[in-house]
Design a binder for this molecule. Structure first.
Ligand code: KG4
Ligand code: ZN
Length: 394
């Protein structure tokens, strides 16, 4: 259908410069430039390096995405961008670029939530999300169970990690095993050759009195590190594949068990898994097995759409446009700690001064605003001033 919204999405929350183009729920382009190699020798993402890499990659990646999609910038119905959560300086590059493109093109800009985007992306793979959607969101910075009656407006956390995120645990264990960064993909590879039952690592927060939907991976990470230290101290070789497989089994066992319990308790017959860790082959296999046993339909996007990308931002942006959500204001800022309960950053300016109205499209629902304490009480007229203000704010 050609009347579905054509949206460009920009993602710069971490080390991936992602630009995607979608029409409604159809993926047209997914261009990613990664600075991961520049961080590898530091064993983690260095924010300043990430920001500079985003700046260099931004315009070429946007041009690549538009070319791949075979569309002109002038045909876009809107520009969506990750407003948070993420690294402040990295987010700022994406937000500034999105505002500049949108303003120059006379289109509305939509500041959207990175975490909600990880869920919305599945619409590109498996069609409209059921409502409500039960989502297990597992990335480098977050691990949560979310119930989303409406991915554009209503996302409710049922539980989350009380210490490390699942991806963070993969990265830290890989570091102890000297496997490099990021740890998830390499542990996934080693684990295929190992025995998941070789070592009984602890399953955090699975006792009868523990919070049913919260996660804890810090104890597991410590247990793995101690086990490895003991082997090294005894002068014995470390069976890397068995450690990787046993660690991965502990993480994926807990994630899938709790997610299925949440579906059962809430009476939801679909489970969506999103975020970088959803690319994990064991998590995908175990979830498929356990969902089938429980009569739950599993939805996991292909691995490339699980890790950070621009298409996921475009997917959520297109849903915002389709549902008539208000565009963000021109004073949209990066918000490094944007809560998961806010799928998008609505207009803070009085009606008539939103990016939407300024772009002259005007047809959207301006009534849908819910203040969240991140807003600014004043508006600016010039993009130049806006960027300067963001620099000082963020
Ligand atoms: O969603 P994402 O790309 O970025 C964040 O928003 O954090 O997730 C990155 C995380 C990293 O911790 C990385 O190690 C993990 O996802 N990851 C994986 C796999 N691929 C990426 N973890 C386990 N298995 C994988 N195959
Ligand atoms: Zn992510």
């Amino acid at each position: 259908m050609t009347d579905e919204p054509l949206v460009l999405g920009i993602e710069t929350s971490c080390d991936e410069t992602g630009v995607g183009v979608v029409r409604g729920r159809t993926l047209l382009a997914d261009a990613v430039a990664s600075s991961v190699d520049e961080h590898a020798r530091f064993g983690g993402v260095v924010p300043e390096i990430a920001s500079r890499a985003h700046l260099e990659a931004m315009v070429p990646t946007i041009e690549r995405a538009l070319a791949e999609a075979g569309v002109r910038a002038a045909d876009l119905d809107g520009v969506a961008v990750t407003a948070g959560p993420g690294l402040a300086g990295a987010l700022l590059v994406g937000v500034s670029a999105a505002k500049a493109y949108a303003y120059a093109l006379g289109k509305p800009v939509y500041g959207v939530n990175h975490l909600a985007s990880h869920i919305a992306v599945d619409q590109l793979e498996h069609g409209a999300l059921p409502e409500p959607t039960m989502a297990l969101l597992v990335s480098g910075g977050h691990s949560s169970l979310l119930l989303a009656p409406d991915i554009t407006a209503d996302v409710r956390p049922l539980g989350s990690t009380i210490d490390d995120a699942a991806g963070e645990a993969f990265d830290k264990v890989a570091r102890v095993l000297h496997l490099g960064f990021p740890g998830g993909p390499v542990i996934d590879r080693y684990a295929r050759e190992g025995d998941p039952a070789a070592i009984a690592f602890p399953r955090g927060l699975t006792g009868p009195r523990d919070a049913p939907y919260d996660f804890s991976f810090s104890g597991l990470k410590t247990a793995v590190a101690r086990w490895i230290e003991a082997r090294r101290a005894a002068g014995e070789p470390v069976p890397v594949a068995d450690v990787a497989a046993s660690f991965q089994e502990a993480v994926t066992d807990v994630l899938t068990r709790k997610a299925i319990r949440a579906c059962r308790d809430e009476g939801v017959d679909h489970l969506m898994i999103g975020g970088g860790v959803a690319a994990n082959s064991r998590l995908r296999a175990l979830a498929a097995e356990r969902c089938a046993d429980a009569g739950i339909t599993l939805r996991v996007p292909r691995p490339k759409l699980c890790t950070d990308n621009g298409a996921m931002v475009a997917a959520l942006g297109a849903e915002m446009v389709a549902r008539g959500r208000a565009a963000s204001s021109w004073d949209l800022s990066a918000d490094s700690s944007l809560p998961v309960t806010e799928p998008h950053v609505p207009a803070t300016a009085p009606e008539g001064e939103t990016a939407d109205a300024a772009a002259g499209t005007g047809g959207h629902d301006h009534g849908h605003t819910h203040g969240h304490g991140h807003g600014h009480g004043h508006t600016h007229d010039h993009v130049h001033e806006l960027s300067r203000k963001n620099l000082y704010d963020s």
